[in-house]
Design a protein around this ligand. Structure first.
Ligand SMILES: [Zn+2]
Length: 306
């Protein structure tokens, strides 16, 4: 089911938005149970801690741990049979990083009347990038993944009024555009969602000034939403979580940007606690990491990227 947010985008652009998050993502009760989970409850084996056990030769093909293989196959089959245009859709996060050769430029939609300091913006940028790295650490040096680092940067902020951005705005593009509902949005001329052909000629700074997707920080928004257009979470939630190592709703929504599915109506064999099962884990688990790897394994071969 699409969220209002993605529908707004789709209507404004006349483009097709894919919102992989289900409407349940916006139900705060889904997430409340995760707040009580110990942070490391389901984080048994991080990719870092296993690094030294890896074979020196890059691993090719598909060889997940045997205790995860059945569940991973079930998830892959479920996505293939339920996504409307699994292979034909060309704006997954994967397509985005392929186009940029390993970079993600993000624009923040600040849906709030609150001011935001320069220091807070720097923190938003670093915490946001750190969350993405938790996913990408599963890909570096795995199965011919071509990037050893995905550079994640917040390159723009859309606000109602420029005065909300306190301190220096050097290094970011400030947008005061609005969408069809009058809500601040980063310029359509510079957004990949609106220019999936990669033609940014109408963007004042050209392709160098483009952004790949958006981070919507919305006052009073409960839960989250995620898709090819980016991620949406509550402003209060994210600002309150800037000191946290794992911003679990954001981690979940980033998974959607890279095609991962929700699990509100079924669970794969033997798997109950993982970040993509909303509210069941506060960290990316081995199972989440292998689901991401499964996407790389399948999509990279289908697209001819390896
Ligand atoms: Zn979701």
């Amino acid at each position: 089911m699409r969220s209002i947010a993605s529908l707004t985008l789709a209507l404004a652009a006349g483009a097709t938005a894919v919102d992989f998050s289900r409407s349940h993502d916006t139900n705060s009760s889904v997430w409340s149970s995760a707040a009580e989970l110990p942070a490391a409850a389901s984080h048994s084996r991080s990719p870092i801690s296993r690094f030294w056990n890896r074979p020196s030769k890059r691993q090719g093909g598909w060889s997940p741990p045997s205790d995860l293989a059945t569940a991973l196959q079930e998830v892959w089959d479920h996505c293939m049979s339920t996504y409307s245009d699994f292979w034909g859709f060309k704006n997954y996060g994967w397509d985005q990083i392929h186009a940029t050769e390993g970079k993600i430029n993000v624009c923040v939609r600040w849906e709030s009347d609150s001011a935001v300091t320069e220091a807070q913006r720097a923190q938003v940028a670093s915490v946001y990038a750190a969350q993405y790295q938790k996913w990408f650490s599963w890909l570096y040096d795995y199965d011919n993944f071509p990037y050893s680092n995905i550079d994640v940067n917040i390159v723009g902020w859309a606000v109602k009024d420029q005065s909300l951005l306190q301190g220096s705005t050097k290094g970011i593009t400030v947008y005061t555009d609005t969408d069809a509902d009058g809500v601040p949005q980063c310029s359509e001329a510079c957004g990949r969602f609106f220019h999936q052909d990669g033609n940014y000629n109408s963007c004042p700074g050209g392709a160098d000034a483009h952004y790949d997707h958006s981070l919507w920080l919305t006052d009073g928004f409960s839960g989250g939403a995620g898709g090819d257009w980016g991620q949406r979470i509550g402003r209060e939630y994210f600002i309150g979580a800037l000191g946290s190592s794992d911003v679990h709703i954001l981690l979940h929504e980033m998974g959607h940007t890279f095609g991962l599915d929700d699990f509100y109506d079924w669970l794969p064999t033997g798997q109950t606690n993982f970040i993509m099962n909303a509210g069941s884990a506060t960290v990316i688990t081995d199972f989440d990491g292998w689901m991401l790897r499964n996407w790389w394994n399948g999509l990279s071969r289908y697209r001819g990227w390896q």
